[in-house]
Design a protein around this ligand. Sequence first.
Ligand code: PLP
Length: 419
Amino acid sequence: MTAPTTRADCVRLDEADPLAALRDEFAVPDGLVYLDGNSLGVRPRAAAARAAQVVEQEWGHDLIGSWNSAGWWELPGRLGDRLAPLIGGGPGTTLVTDTTTSNLFKALAAAMTLQSSAAPGRRLVVSERDNFPTDLYVAAGLAELLGQGHELRLIESPADLDAALADGPAVVTLSHVNYRTGALWDLADVTARVHAAGALVVWDLAHSVGALPIDLSGADADFAVGCTYKYLNGGPGSPAFLWVHPRHAGAGTSALPGWWGHARPFAMESAFEPAEGVGRFLSGTQPVVSLALVECGLDIASCADLAAVRAKSLALGDLFLDLVEQRCGDHPLTLVTPREHERRGSHLTLAHPDAFAVVQALIARGVVGDYREPDCMRFGLTPLYLRFVDVWDAVDALADVLDTRAYEDPAHRTRSTVT
Ligand SMILES: *Cc1c(COP(=O)(O)O)cnc(C)c1O
């Protein structure tokens, strides 16, 4: 695509956009260009009424009867079945439950213990140094906790994966899209290489689910986890998901076996007997209010063809990069994200020496991106509610902040707890 040179060109792109109508399903604040949906998605309009229904009717009026009458007990599995098509999972393979961190703990522990019996000599767990910190903490913590001599090896770049695979790892765990750089792994190709090396793979889909087509079954992956509050618009801290390939669901052991994962929870037996299938990875009572709201985001995501979502995400990204080149070419900006379509996810990262203050100055102009250490500005492209004119307006603001050196204002240099 050659870059439109006027805002009117962007308006025409929006008029031709097959996903344009979905924006009406979201409560996007007036005048805001929101480029942080990869961190916390915008609220679906329906979420307010659904929250009121859960709080006032289901909790407020029906109280404990709602476990049955409102289907609270079945929510993790029912929402899992609704999410599964977005990740290429069949029915009964996916749960919406707990956090990404705790699901990763369960998935990784299951993969590591499966390998401890299947391939007892293997003690290596491979990940990337640039992976999201929680993923690394979980992997390192488990390696120590299991007390079986596991070693965590972190590769420095994608090119190092083959060397690590040659050392016969037990498990490889990677984020499909890198949270900081936006770089995308080829999920099918990596899964095949990991399997050829005799290892199991655990994917973190936090930054890809809802943003691009994913086919875990087609790739024959082993385990996957991810967030619902990013591209799936489930709400702040909404429960995460866990997908387990059916070949492992009946054999894998949960490292957090709780009563929700028991074969007969209400028999209240003193010994744990895992439920058939993925249900054994449930632990305890779920945050029902938050869990119920996940469905509002899934309702919208289920309407959208993921190929169209991906096409629009790439078109928004190309537009953003072309405009930045045209309008901000004189400034010390470096593209951190790979530019090739097949190697990038749905957010773009630009490095700038004053990245933190530039992001703050943009926020003051109603353009919300975010900052990541050490010098990265992230701009999330969420095709369900972002317009081409929003990209135009965002780059317009960026060019202004850079040209006027607005970021030098001391007001933009103060850091709050959450950056
Ligand atoms: C956002 C994100 C998480 C967040 O995990 P929580 O348990 O929800 O805090 C984990 N991993 C990756 C790769 C992420 O991008």
